[in-house]
Design a protein around this ligand. Sequence first.
Ligand SMILES: C[S@@+](CC[C@H](N)C(=O)[O-])C[C@H]1O[C@@H](n2cnc3c(N)ncnc32)[C@H](O)[C@@H]1O
Length: 559
Amino acid sequence: MAKKDYSKLEKDDLLKVIEKLESRKKYGLIWDEEKTKEQFEKESENALPVLKEVKGKEIKTDLAKPTNILIEGDNYHTLSVLNYTHQGKIDVIYIDPPYNTGNKDFKYNDRYVDREDSYRHSKWLSFITKRLRLAKSLLTDEGVIFVSIGDDELAQLKILCDEIFGEENLLSIVSRKSKATSNKGNFFSPSTDYILAYAKNYLLLSEFDDAVAQTTDKYLKLFKYKDKRGKYNIVSLYMPSLDPRPNQRYFITCPDGSKVITPEEDKMFRWIPATFEKNLKDDRVVFIKTKTSPLIDKKGNQAKWNIYTKIYLHERQKTGMKPLTFIDMPNSVGSKELIKMGIDFAFSKPRQLVEHLIRITDKKEDIFVLDFFAGSGTSGHAVLNLNNIDNGKRVFILCTNNEENICTDICYPRLQKAIKGYKAPKGEKIDGLGGNLKYFKTAFVKNSISQDDLKIRITRECTEMLCLREGIFDEKKAKSDYRIFEQSDRVMAVYYAFERDGLEQLKKELDKMKGEKVLYCFTLDPLGLDKNDFADWEGVSLEPIPQKILDIYEQIYEY
Ligand SMILES: C[S@@+](CC[C@H](N)C(=O)[O-])C[C@H]1O[C@@H](n2cnc3c(N)ncnc32)[C@H](O)[C@@H]1O
């Protein structure tokens, strides 16, 4: 249709057009945008967020594994920081925001929002929209976000997420049986909640694979052995029920040099000799000494060994079946685990639920998982457990505020116990899952009038953010002009000074070090670093600071 030419209309006709346009119904979600500022906005007025490490709370058990992160503070600030450190890097987000039941579960500006509040939904929508928009830019192109939600905000959240992530990226509304029994409620007894699953871009997402059966504790217990690849079960190489086949009966040499074979001509091993040899070399065969071996030796006597093959838990993940849109994992499963851990918190989601969601995405074992409504830290516990199962290198980033001391007294102690192990109330010793953790708090850099002054201040305060960005935390050297960090064969240096005198010394230090190197170097120049200062630097990638941080904050906070 040709565009109308409004320039020739008289004033009255123009007014009619405007009236008509304004009265037109718009499809989508409309609410009263909250006018009063949220607490977090007041905190960050004229200030920009950074992270500060709480040193005494670091947990290190295995330096070969990556460092996980717990951030105490308002998640809006954390999401802002992550927009610099992890933009486009997060593979899976799981969040469980307040459901806004009107029952003291949602605080807006330090006050609980009750059912009678006429802006109840508007407040919640203002709150969640701001966070979801920041979260979206953290996802990788193949990333997925799962949002738990109850009846009260399901409809609103669905339309909002359609707007933010795109309706085409809705993967499903999963229902979950949240309570096994309950007789509360007026007409129905509430026993389900929902998980909205959205892709960043569904066209790039690989197919989901059902792993429900493999997340039950009964199933996991079968995998009681562990080696460098992860947890495994063993299955006998000899399988009497197999139909006779050529080539599947042969002598195998045991660790003591004796040779063993299946007991009869028509009884077979599961593998042909070539497959057996290949797997033996690959450390996938186990010899177990036993008095009940079904095999025989060269003389036809009962063998002293039986032979098994390893079945790794993570290699059995794929079932070829898509996950159902119904999950039966009631909250009581989560509460029971916390009671066993001696943690007093009644509102956690089951660890197995988050494990299930991570598993069905069928993503690799070195992904980033983010939960910015972490509460008691269930998502962190889930990642630690999955890593323990398959020796994976998934990294979690958790953020929670410290409402009712949930971060300091519930989340952190829970993660500590999960990593290091603990004694259950009945005296049972539970082994630690291993892993590393750093604890940060959000802090603020006062925004001064002079841009140069702000740049100097933020550079001085942004080191922890740079460590988080690179995943390199172990400090090797601290001088007045620079600091050097190293982890898993990667090196990061930060140069803080306006003068370039200290660069020569820093270069010498870096030349002595091995591995991939990156230098974050202070400059006031918004266009970046002066190449002449680094003419003879080799093998070090250069990143100017702090302009990129300020650019991102400028988009988020109009300071
Ligand atoms: C429903 S709970 C999440 C429970 C969690 N899934 C678990 O299994 O323990 C929501 C959590 O988000 C936290 N929270 C609420 N608003 C927040 C905010 N603006 N920033 C950070 N955390 C927040 C609350 O303290 C609460 O612990």
